[in-house]
Design a protein around this ligand. Structure first.
Ligand code: MN
Length: 276
């Protein structure tokens, strides 16, 4: 794995790869991807759909260690269950934020009666070394900080940005922001220059810092930026992620994150099953 030293402002287009999630859902996996293993503490990013909702996702119970899972929907709904006893439906505009820490088991499924489309992202946040074995927790946030002007809207999932602060429990500095741009929309986002950032097109295409990117592409921006100009000719929905570059590469095995492979559980048999 490559180290994660600061790089300054760069523009690096990372096409997501197709990956199979569970029994039959093809997703666009934007992280980890090639040499780019993480953006700040964000170490996994799947973009799924839009697909027909009914039965589209059925991830049976599986464990996580050392990370947080973040579920954010643009369309449809999912039902989350976990070993803490949480049972939670999530709909667009809401955030499911699960801290695995020392270990948790969860399942996620599109309700079989679901109609319309399912469309969203799931991300993982690597916990810092002193919090990797923290007690597991589950948070559902029905409302999040939002700034809207006309059809341009910023919704803060994680961290802080421009005077907003997300209620999601973070164990290290980070930012996660949904950006909705109408046709011809533009916005200038304030950034923390100590963070590295990347932006994903979840819908449509856009321009970030003068560089065009489209559906299924993650544009890595490096660090050292004080602001980011985003614009779109057609309606677009973007996801900005960022945080301080990790001081050392992570070990990721199946659904587990740690400092090295030795601290992670052994390979399960016979089959690892879903990763997500
Ligand atoms: Mn999972």
């Amino acid at each position: 794995m490559r180290g994660t030293a600061t790089v300054g402002p760069v523009l690096e287009l990372i096409p997501a790869r197709r990956a199979l999630l569970g029994p039959g859902l093809v997703v666009r996996r934007a992280l980890p991807r090639g040499a780019r293993r993480s953006v700040g503490p964000w170490c996994f990013l799947d973009h799924f759909g839009p697909v027909e909702a009914a039965g589209a996702m059925n991830l049976p119970p599986h464990p996580h260690i050392g990370l947080q899972t973040v579920t954010w929907l643009l369309e449809g709904e999912l039902l989350h269950r976990d070993s803490l006893g949480s049972v939670q439906r999530i709909r667009p505009g809401q955030l499911n934020w699960m801290t695995a820490g020392e270990g948790i088991v969860h399942s996620e499924e599109a309700p079989p009666e679901g109609a319309g489309a399912l469309h969203g992202v799931q991300l993982w946040v690597a916990l810092p070394p002193d919090r990797r074995r923290c007690p597991p927790a589950f948070e559902h946030h029905a409302t999040l900080p939002r700034l809207a002007e006309g059809a341009t809207a910023l919704t803060l999932l994680a961290g802080r940005l421009g005077g907003m602060e997300s209620p999601a429990t973070a164990h290290s500095p980070l930012v996660g922001l949904d950006v909705a741009l109408p046709s011809g929309g533009r916005v200038r986002l304030p950034l923390d220059p100590s963070f590295e950032h990347a932006v994903l097109a979840m819908e449509g295409s856009a321009d970030a810092a003068g560089h065009a990117f489209g559906l299924g592409e993650l544009l890595y921006l490096g660090d050292g930026r004080h602001h980011l100009d985003l614009s779109a000719d057609e309606p677009a929905r973007l996801l900005l992620i960022g945080g301080p570059p990790l001081p050392a590469p992570l070990a990721m095995w199946w659904n587990f994150v740690g400092g090295d492979r030795e601290e992670l559980p052994p390979e399960p048999a016979p089959s690892p099953g879903p990763r997500g």
